[in-house]
Design a protein around this ligand. Structure first.
Ligand SMILES: [Zn+2]
Length: 150
């Protein structure tokens, strides 16, 4: 579902952080297009914020378990997107190839995600011979993912 911006509702904007510049920025950036090249820390700052968010999300999953997993969180979004790219895939392969955030976490964390997404009815889990479940999106999962990415 693509939402179009209407003329009546301008998107939220910030003003450029360059002293003396009053231009508006786009896409929540810190600087206007003219000064963005001078913001050496812009991308690292954004990335750092994102990583802290993800770290927090993963820690909660590790400590609390499945119920701490946020179905709308960044990691979940990565998982759902990864599955939707390939359709059906083993869980291990999915984490290794498509979910960078989880490719080096311990089993407790990844099974917290697996369990929660299954409980939410977003993914379908089939067991394969080698203890490595095969996952795919349920119709609800497909709908959820499309809603989340708009
Ligand atoms: Zn500017």
């Amino acid at each position: 579902m693509v939402k179009h911006r209407s003329e009546a509702e301008p998107p939220p904007t910030n003003v450029c952080e360059k002293p003396g510049c009053t231009k508006r920025t786009r896409e929540r950036k810190f600087y206007c297009p003219e000064h963005i090249m001078e913001d050496e820390n812009g991308y690292p700052r954004m990335l750092e914020r994102k990583l802290l968010e993800v770290e927090d999300e993963i820690n909660k999953a590790r400590i609390v378990g499945p119920r701490a997993v946020d179905p709308r969180g960044t990691v979940t979004k990565e998982i759902m997107t990864g599955i939707s790219l390939v359709g059906t895939i083993t869980w291990r392969r999915l984490l290794k190839d498509h979910v960078a955030f989880l490719n080096s976490v311990d089993g407790a964390v990844s099974s917290a995600y697996l369990t929660r997404l299954k409980q939410e009815g977003l993914i379908q889990v089939r067991s394969s011979k080698r203890q490595d479940p095969v996952v795919s999106l349920t119709p609800k999962g497909v709908e959820f993912r499309e809603g989340a990415s708009s």
